[in-house]
Write a protein that binds this ligand. Structure first.
Ligand SMILES: Nc1ncnc2c1ncn2[C@@H]1O[C@H](COP(=O)(O)OP(=O)(O)OP(=O)(O)O)[C@@H](O)[C@H]1O
Length: 365
């Protein structure tokens, strides 16, 4: 079965500096060879630190910006080959929800006007039936139809995000890119919006690309997760598997930062040390090597490819399979578990051939 969305080798570099004569002298390698797929009705989360390229990937997928290289296929069709009419149809199939709903809703339009606009633009519902469709959309996102006459400023943040979701749904999309959709909301409201998104996904068979730096939120919503670092994907896996046992050292470090409510379940936290690299001048070889506790010489020179391992993980690391199991990083009370000690000893022996980096362990506060 073809995936709804297939992204292959996507590249986007931005000009960061120009000479006096306007010639580019430096580029930000925002997205540098990214590949992933999104299945119909499923959620792929894109996670990573600020500046790793998540939003650029979203804009590329929506064709808001053109890629320098790579291919995006939607329902098997290459988006680069679409004519204006087909691109218009694609813009209906793929919608975007932003972090700040207030910025994305026109303050001078009523909710009714906001929701009617896409219906009229895509000629979806006869004019006489639009009011009914607006009311239906409001009910779908848990708002009362009488709110249709109000303006965005009359709503709370959570309600405004519901309106933004209703507007995205107005055109009956197949894919919604949710760019940090709950990070601007009160913590108490976040789970309501996440539950709404899940409920809508079940009812309408929507696919989501969920862009977030908040791993606790991602854990709640994702089917699959792609971990990004400096413009590349370092690991993809089913969400449950990844959160239980991340394989790439960067995923492990990222996931060790999630607050764990049960003290006994707390993971030992890997504190990353070393030079913090930039997308302006990314490190050679593996882009994580300057911070990786498991670095060996090969990591500095050779770019690791994202490889499927047959168990649902794809990991871009030269040392996959050699590293201590992530479950061993859970400390027993008062120190390391015997399993971890054994693994560390075995690991240290393996290190003899390479140059070990710095591993420092601390416990989640
Ligand atoms: N239009 C642009 N011109 C120049 N550089 C850009 C442009 N857009 C993004 N960048 C750079 O590309 C890199 C990736 O940015 P992007 O916004 O995609 O990251 P992100 O992971 O979404 O970060 P955040 O979570 O902070 O939004 C960053 O270094 C950013 O400064």
């Amino acid at each position: 079965m073809t995936a709804l969305l297939e992204v292959e080798g996507l590249v986007k570099h931005f000009v960061a500096e120009r000479s006096l004569f306007g010639r580019p002298t430096a580029h930000v390698r925002a997205v540098d060879g990214v590949s992933f797929t999104v299945e119909a009705g499923k959620t792929l989360a894109l996670v990573g630190e600020s500046g790793c390229g998540k939003s650029t990937v979203s804009r590329l997928v929506l064709r808001l910006i053109e890629p320098d290289a790579g291919r995006i296929r939607f329902e098997g069709r290459d988006l680069g080959t679409l004519n204006a009419e087909q691109l218009r149809a694609f813009r209906r199939d793929a919608q975007l929800i932003f972090q700040d709903p207030y910025a994305s809703l026109n303050p001078r339009m009523t909710v009714s006007q906001i929701l009617t606009e896409p219906l009229a633009l895509h000629n979806l519902v006869p004019a006489a039936d639009r009011r009914e469709r607006v009311e239906e959309l409001l009910r779908l996102v848990g708002l009362e139809p009488r709110f249709a006459r109000r303006y965005p400023h009359e709503f709370s943040g959570g309600q405004r995000q519901r309106i933004a979701i209703a507007r995205a749904l107005a055109v009956e999309p197949k894919l919604i890119i949710c760019d940090e959709p709950v990070s601007a909301l009160d913590v108490s409201i976040r789970s309501q919006i996440l539950n709404l998104l899940r409920d809508l996904q079940d009812r309408l068979k929507l696919a989501y690309i969920f862009v977030s730096h908040d791993l606790a939120v991602v854990k709640h919503i994702a089917d699959r997760v792609a971990v990004m670092n400096l413009g590349t994907i370092v690991e993809t896996a089913d969400a449950q598997a990844l959160f239980a046992a991340p394989r790439h050292p960067y995923s492990r470090a990222l996931l060790s930062a999630i607050p764990v409510p049960k003290p006994r379940a707390r993971r030992s936290r890997i504190v990353l040390e070393g030079e913090l690299p930039s997308a302006l001048n990314p490190p050679s070889g593996c882009r994580f090597h300057t911070r990786c506790p498991y670095v060996i010489a090969r990591c500095r020179s050779e770019v690791p490819q994202l490889r499927e391992d047959g168990t649902g993980y794809a990991t871009a690391c030269h040392r996959t399979g050699e590293l201590p199991g992530a479950e061993a990083i859970v400390p027993s009370d008062g120190g390391f578990s015997p399993t971890l000690e054994k693994l560390v000893a075995a690991f240290n022996a393996a290190e003899a051939s390479g140059q070990p980096g710095v591993i420092s362990q601390g416990t989640e506060a």
